[in-house]
Write a protein that binds this ligand. Structure first.
Ligand code: ADP
Length: 452
């Protein structure tokens, strides 16, 4: 960056310098031309005096001069020319300086001479007898002028370029230095003290990015911690039934269990295996939902019908637990993944049945409300203490671990509900009172009208 700034400054300074030199040269050139004219006019006046006094004789004694001298009659005929044969020269009446001199007494002009391939300056003066005396000199070209002042110009250029290089490198360093000193750990602090206002929006953006990165980092760390905990818990949860199974199997193997007890033990082994299968199924469901249900097709689904299916499939467990389950409401459409919506309704209903006493009741209600669809599962069961309400959606969290195991819980049901609700944009609220019952309410965004 400092290199770029250096070259830019250097380039600008050099361009300015060159422009100045050109302007100065032009001014000096015009000044020199005026000087040459002035000098030529003086010479013409002197020569005129000489011709008035000596006539033709003046030219004979003239000798070597820097200028060309021509004497012309008032009719434009050349009487004398110091550089050419006057007899072959054309009539000069139409020449600008001659015309001026004949009209006003004196004249001047500058013209390009194709014969000499240079620009010439002319001054002319009328004599008392009406003839005109003209002097001309080669006009100094810009190149001549340039060459004449070349040493000075080179010195000025060298000094100026050296100075501009020094200045450019110092300026570049000064511009870059505060940027290099920026404390990117605290961009906003730097922004308040920084001397470049222009850099503030950049620092604000950096600060925002830094915060976002920090937030993402914390999120990643949190997720990784949750995953670690989950793996540890899942392994533990899977190990427990495995130990039980292997213990019972060993008793059967060694023949320590006989007669009717064999059936009991085999039943226990089957029960524990079912528990393991449920757990593995829940783990698979949860990991799918955790990944955001990628690849699962969403459709316009009737949550009322889905909840009805869940209630129907739980008729057996409900009657075993002597809990009455009823469904009310009307068709309510959400945009979602049907089997995930089913697992929401199923898990809420199964919990409501599991955590109820015989004689309790469960009411499932699904209905549209404004632009939302409400699913409410209410029971008159054992309820949840207020202190646990915040934690029941955590993986493997149970209010009463032994009761949960007794009723076949895996500790993952509400985690599945939470994740499934999240991918459907649904909010969850829980109301509960110990001994009186619980109510889980989910509010979904309603699906748009069906396409024709
Ligand atoms: P579990 O498989 O143990 O039921 P969940 O994640 O489904 O796990 O629920 C977590 C805990 O929340 C349960 O162990 C239970 O203590 C409590 N809980 C969930 N639903 C209810 C309910 N309807 N009534 C009382 N307690 C409930």
């Amino acid at each position: 960056m400092s290199k770029k700034i250096f070259y830019s400054i250097w380039l600008v300074t050099s361009l300015v310098l060159l422009s100045c030199l050109t302007i100065v040269l032009a001014v000096v050139y015009s000044h020199f031309t005026q000087e040459q004219f002035e000098q030529l006019r003086d010479e013409t006046r002197l020569a005129t005096q000489g011709v008035i006094l000596d006539g033709q004789e003046y030219f004979e004694n003239l000798g070597q001069t820097d200028f060309r001298i021509t004497w012309i009659t008032s009719e434009g005929i050349i009487l004398y020319d110091s550089e050419a044969d006057q007899t072959v020269m054309e009539n000069h009446l139409e020449r600008e300086e001659i015309r001026q001199a004949l009209e006003t007494g004196s004249g001047q002009a500058s013209r390009y001479s194709s014969t000499l391939s240079t620009r010439l300056l002319y001054t002319a003066q009328r004599l008392p007898d009406g003839s005109v005396l003209r002097l001309s000199i080669t006009q100094l070209t810009v190149w001549h002028l340039f060459m004449r002042f070349l040493p000075q110009i080179l010195i000025i250029l060298a000094v100026a370029l050296l100075l501009s290089s020094l200045l450019a490198s110092r300026l570049a360093a000064r511009i870059v230095e505060p940027i290099n000193r920026l404390n990117l750990e605290r961009p906003m602090e730097a922004a308040s003290t920084h001397r470049y206002d222009e850099i503030r929006p950049l620092l604000a953006r950096l600060d925002e990015q830094r915060r976002q990165i920090q937030k993402d980092q914390q999120e990643i760390e949190k997720t990784s911690l949750i995953r670690q905990e989950f793996t540890a818990n899942a392994s533990h949860e899977l190990k427990t039934p495995l130990h039980v199974i292997s213990g019972y199997a060993e008793l059967l193997e060694t023949g320590m269990v006989q007669g009717d007890d064999v059936k009991v033990f085999a039943g226990k082994i089957r029960g524990e295996s079912e528990r393991m299968a449920n757990l593995v199924e829940d783990i698979i469901d949860l990991s799918r939902l955790d990944g955001g249900a990628v690849g699962m097709r969403r459709e316009r689904a009737d949550l009322y019908r889905i909840a009805g299916n869940a209630v129907e499939s739980l008729e057996g467990p409900a009657s075993d637990a002597q809990v009455e389950v009823s469904l009310t409401g009307s068709p309510s459409y959400v945009s979602g993944i049907p089997h995930v919506l089913y697992s929401i309704a199923y898990n809420l209903c199964v919990n409501a049945i599991k955590y109820s006493e015989p004689g309790d009741s469960v009411t499932v209600r699904v209905h549209p409300e404004g632009s939302r669809v409400i699913l409410r599962v209410e029971d008159t069961g054992i309820g949840i203490p207020q202190a646990d309400l915040d934690r029941i959606f955590e993986r493997f969290y149970r209010v009463d671990k032994s009761h949960s195991k007794e009723v076949g819980g895996t500790g993952l049901g509400l985690s599945i509900v939470k994740h499934a609700a999240r991918i459907h944009g649904a909010s969850i609220t829980v109301e509960s009172e110990v001994g009186k019952g619980s109510a889980f309410t989910l509010s979904f965004p309603e699906a748009g009208p069906a396409e024709a």
